[in-house]
Design a protein around this ligand. Structure first.
Ligand code: ZN
Ligand code: ZN
Length: 72
């Protein structure tokens, strides 16, 4: 997690920003990045299930990892 991501997470936790924007998917959190950069959502089945179980909106948004960015 780089500093920008950390700051965004802190801001989100403090209510200053939507929390969906700076999350990484589980494989990326464990360093299993896509070999080829490909946009992909950060939320996995577990996240969607958890959101449904806790009455939150379904998670949306792309993974914040570098391997989810294709602009060069
Ligand atoms: Zn990812
Ligand atoms: Zn990644």
């Amino acid at each position: 997690m780089d500093d920008t991501t950390r700051e965004a997470l802190v801001a989100a936790l403090q209510g200053g920003a939507p929390i969906v924007c700076y999350a990484q998917c589980v494989p990326c959190q464990f360093g299993q990045c896509r070999p080829t950069p490909t946009p992909h959502p950060w939320a996995g089945p577990d996240d969607i299930e958890h959101a449904a179980a806790t009455g939150r909106p379904e998670p949306t948004g792309n993974c914040a990892c570098d391997c989810a960015r294709v602009e060069s």
